[in-house]
Design a protein around this ligand. Structure first.
Ligand code: C2O
Ligand code: CU
Length: 470
């Protein structure tokens, strides 16, 4: 059953109108600026640490690719040239752009070697986003085809410094070469766990030193760009404040000593002030997501606190207001079951509603979506919805501790999570999937259309054949 906006809360309709008005007013106030970037995907040597070089696949011969920056209201034009030996596409993770710019193979013809494709979209939300290859991801993303995209806004809290930390790991052999699992058992393990390696990277470097000034407060934007690693951020017990996540700022800062960041997710935190002479590690604590590999406590970087400097940072108690778009007990409009099962051909299948690589039913523009994601498997899956932010309404009967706009959310084993989102007027083919790249490749993904209810629509077969390039 699908409810229309008018059946539900009068406030949903109200909220939509307000959202639209808000955009219009903003557009009138601000002259749209055009921000342009060129990205070239190629293969190059990249030094991850002294004397340790890998053959990376990346953008503009950097790993991560360049940081793309824009302000709310800007038009962004990015020309992507493919100098690789295989086709590629670029997905703009978290951005609410037109379907044709989403960078999946359902939305565009992959960019062939030697070709250039121009992505164009406007940015309407401030926050920490990222871009990455969306073709043969288990190979291309593992080697470095990703980067950050940050959208700023005047109402952002003032901090002394703003940094991006892209978390990754690589699975390398003794010659620093990427390996492929040779026989059946390691292949099944890599499909099951996702590809996780012992070379830990922040911004493409192994154990970098991060120098900060005593007395200052910095904004650190963490992006988990790894294939499968669950990053449980910890700073040897020091308190830090979460101020934002996938879809921008929270309502108020949340003081914590650790926070889980799953593949695809972002967490913006404010750290400091620290004392001169302090040194500590940026670590990931063990998180048990039921893998063959045992979870470990690992360190990613060393922070050194130097000379004291004065601070201009100001972190208000209220960052913004997030209106709820649905009630906790809102009736469910769609059920999505995540499961894992044996497969004769692949060793293991990762499934959506008992099938691999699914075409799910369409949704109509303006109709509130309340989806129940039911993870019946015994392992965690970070669920990612392309192109739209959702709110979590309920997790196994409990309301979440705080409100946030999300595009990636971890679904724990034997857990039902209810999310709500509204398809605004951007018809086309979209997708959702598990952001553990090997699970996505093994079938845990679905395409679905956002349709304009006033136009005729032809159903697609429930399943489609998915081609992989290797
Ligand atoms: Cu960041 Cu379809 O993924
Ligand atoms: Cu998964």
């Amino acid at each position: 059953m699908i409810l229309s906006v008018s059946d539900i809360l009068p406030s949903v309709e109200h909220l939509l109108t307000r959202l639209i008005l808000h955009h219009k007013i903003k557009k009138m106030k601000k002259q749209t600026k055009v921000v342009e970037y060129n990205l070239e995907a190629s293969v190059f040597n990249w030094e991850i640490g002294p004397g340790k070089t890998v053959e990376a696949w990346g953008f503009n011969k950097q790993l991560p690719g360049p940081v793309l920056q824009a302000n709310v209201g800007d038009a962004v034009v990015i020309r992507v040239t493919n100098s690789l030996t295989q086709p590629t596409t670029v997905h703009w993770h978290g951005l609410c752009l037109p379907a044709s710019m989403d960078g999946t193979d359902a939305a565009q013809k992959p960019i062939a070697p030697g070709e250039t494709f121009e992505y164009r979209f406007e940015v309407h939300q401030a926050g920490t986003f990222w871009y990455h290859s969306h073709t043969n991801e288990t190979f291309q993303m593992e080697r470095g085809l990703y980067g950050a995209l940050v959208v700023h806004e005047d109402t952002d809290p003032v901090t002394d410094r703003d940094r991006i930390f892209m978390i990754d790991d690589m699975k390398l052999d003794a010659n620093n070469e990427f390996t492929a699992p040779g026989w059946y058992v390691p292949r099944v393990i890599e499909t099951h766990d996702g590809r996780q390696g012992n070379t830990l990277l922040i911004n493409g470097k192994e154990n970098p030193t991060i120098n900060v000034h005593a007395g200052q407060m910095e904004r650190w934007r963490f992006i988990n760009s790894s294939s499968a690693r669950y990053f449980l951020l910890h700073m040897e017990g020091r308190e830090f404040k979460i101020i934002g996540t996938d879809g921008g700022l929270l309502e108020s800062p949340r003081p914590v000593t650790e926070v889980l960041i799953t593949p695809g997710e972002r967490m913006d935190v404010v750290v400091g002030p620290f004392n001169e002479g302090e040194t500590f590690l940026i670590e990931s604590l063990p998180y048990n997501r039921t893998t063959f590999l045992r979870p470990k406590r690992e360190s990613f970087a060393t922070v050194k606190v130097g000379e004291r400097k004065k601070s201009i940072a100001f972190l208000p108690e209220t960052l913004r207001k997030i209106e709820p778009i649905a009630r906790q007990d809102e009736p469910v409009t769609r059920k999505i079951k995540l499961s894992v099962g044996p497969s004769f051909k692949n060793g293991m299948d990762f499934k959506i509603n008992d099938h691999v690589h699914v075409n799910d039913k369409p949704v109509k523009v303006g109709e509130l979506q309340v989806w129940e994601i039911d993870n019946v498997s015994l392992m965690d899956h970070p669920f990612h919805l392309h192109g739209f932010f959702f709110q979590v309404l309920d997790e196994n009967g409990k309301e979440p501790e705080y409100r946030a706009w999300k595009d990636t959310y971890n679904i724990k084993p034997r857990t039902k999570v209810k999310i709500a989102w509204i398809p605004d007027n951007r018809p086309g083919t979209w997708m959702y999937h598990c952001h553990i790249l090997e699970h996505h490749a093994a079938g845990m993904m679905a395409n679905f259309d956002v349709i304009d209810g006033s136009k005729p629509y032809t159903e697609k077969p429930a399943q489609h054949v998915h081609h992989h390039h290797m």
